[in-house]
Design a protein around this ligand. Structure first.
Ligand code: 6PG
Length: 248
């Protein structure tokens, strides 16, 4: 699969990380309004990591909180570390502390990816949960998937040279990451690629070389998993700060 003919990413550059986070918060609010307006609910998959953290804080703050129909949100996760939900490493904990615990999203609409216990069972259980939500669909149809990118080119928990990169049927995978010596649970690339909207939020000069390679280099998804993110028909945006865009 080369992805030829798929929509190309729109790259937007902001002066600093705060500019990226503000633009991303505005994008989330806009995607929420669009989805609620057209299908009556907003199905979003959240990312972990430091750049998304600031996006969530802004969404829960004065500028955005009152503009969003939180009661229509259904919150999912792009990936999870294999830790309990109260662990400092937990993506759920981060999203809960910065956003979900501060806005009126119904608790039953928050679909936590389990990190504690057996990763393979947790991946299966999350796929079942998604299939129960996107009833009868061949792939999940998120209204928005938010993504970060690590300085090694990973996104969600699709790390370089790991088995989940080659997954073509499962919606969710338990992915052994040798470099970390741990499993992660992650949406697979096809699951992400069937979203209506996808947005990478990336800041910092440490990621500049990787941003250049992912967006402008040859197709090497085993080394640069972020290149696997090529929407089937949705809109892909990269929100990057000037430092991360320095080599573009
Ligand atoms: C995770 C993520 C991951 C993250 C990137 C970027 O749980 O590790 O979901 O894909 O978004 O590693 O993280 P930073 O913004 O902290 O660099």
């Amino acid at each position: 699969m080369t992805g030829a003919g798929r929509p190309r990413p729109h790259v937007r550059v902001y002066a600093d990380p705060e500019g990226v986070a503000r633009a991303a918060a505005a994008l989330v609010a806009e995607a929420s309004a669009e989805a609620v307006g057209s299908v009556g609910r907003f199905s979003v998959a959240l990312a972990g990591g430091s750049t998304p953290r600031r996006v969530y804080e802004l969404l829960a703050g004065d500028d955005f909180r009152g503009r969003v129909e939180w009661g229509r949100w259904h919150v999912f996760f792009g990936d999870e570390r294999c830790v309990p939900p109260d662990d400092a490493e937990s993506n759920y904990r981060m999203a809960n502390e910065t956003l979900l615990g501060r806005v009126p999203v119904p608790r039953e609409n928050v679909h936590r990816m389990r990190g504690e216990g057996d990763a393979v069972a947790n991946a299966r259980a999350y796929e079942d949960e998604l299939r129960g939500y996107f009833v009868g669909a061949a792939w999940p149809a998120f209204d928005l998937v938010l993504l970060g990118m690590g300085d090694d080119g990973h996104t969600a928990s699709l790390f370089p040279h790991t088995a989940a990169l080659r997954e073509s049927r499962a919606w969710v995978a338990a992915n052994w990451v040798e470099r970390l010596g741990q499993f992660r649970v992650t949406l697979t690339a096809p699951s992400i690629n069937h979203a209506r909207r996808l947005a990478f939020v990336v800041s910092g000069g440490g990621k500049a070389a990787r941003v250049r390679e992912v967006l402008g280099g040859g197709h090497e998804p085993e080394r640069l998993p972020a290149q696997l993110i090529r929407p089937e028909s949705g809109r892909l945006e990269w929100l990057v700060d000037a430092a991360a865009a320095a080599e573009l």
